[in-house]
Design a protein around this ligand. Sequence first.
Ligand SMILES: O=C(CO)[C@@H](O)[C@@H](O)COP(=O)(O)O
Length: 243
Amino acid sequence: MNPKISLRELDATTQAAVAKTRETVARWHAELPANNLVVWTAGNVSQRVAGTELFVIKPSGVRYDELAADNMVVCDLEGNKIADGTAETLRPSSDTAAHAYVYRHLPQVGGVVHTHSPYATAFAAVYQPIPCVLTMIADEFGGEIPVGPFAIIGDDSIGRGIVETLRESRSPAVLMGNHGPFTVGKDAKAAVKAAVMVEEIAKTVTFAKSLGTPRPIDPAAVDALWQRYQNVYGQPENYPDPN
Ligand SMILES: O=C(CO)[C@@H](O)[C@@H](O)COP(=O)(O)O
C-alpha cells in the first residue's frame, strides 16, 4: 500500500484519466472469459494511466462478472496500491508486481495481460516456443513466441523473466515456463488482442503437429509479413477508435 498517494488529492486531469482507465480495464477483463482464455478468476489485465506514474489492475480473486470500474485497483509503478477509494482490504491481483516491473522497464508498453489459456499454457508446460509456421504468427508476433523462465508468483521474478525474454524478441507474448502466457501492448486492448492471438495460434500449431511436421516460414518472408502487418494492415492511426 502507498497511502502517500491519495486519488482524491490528485489534480482533476489525473482523476479523470484514472476514471477512464478504470472503465477501460474493467471492460477489457470481460474479453478474457468471452474469448475462453480464462476459467474462474485465473487471469488479469492492466493498463497505464496515460501521463501519470500509475496503472490500473483488477482485484485478486474476484469473479469477472463482479468486476467494474469502481473495484479496479490503482497502483504506483512499484506495484503498491494507492489510496484509490476502494476498501483498504481490497487486494490487487497477485501478478501486480510483475505488471509493475514491465511498466518500469519497458516504457513503450501501456498494457499487460496474463491468462492460463490452455493451448498456449501447454507449450509453457513443456518449455516449447511456438514456431513461426503461420502467416498469422509472422504478422502478429514477428517470429516464434518465446518461452520465459520459471518464476515464483508474487514478487519481481515474473516481471524480470518477461522483460528479459521480450527484450530479445519482436513478440508481444511470452510463455512463462510452467505458468502461462503474458502479453504486452501499447494499451490493454493491444495486450488482450495478443492474448487472444497467442491462444488461437497455439491451438492451430497443436493441430498441425498432430498431422505432421509444421514447416517454418523463411525468415525473410517473416520480416516482410511482419512489416506489412505492423505498418500497412488495417486503418491509419487517425481512424476513430471507440476504445
Ligand atoms: O497465475 C496465477 C496463479 O497461478 C494468477 O495470475 C491467477 O490466478 C490470477 O490471479 P489474480 O486473481 O489476478 O490475483
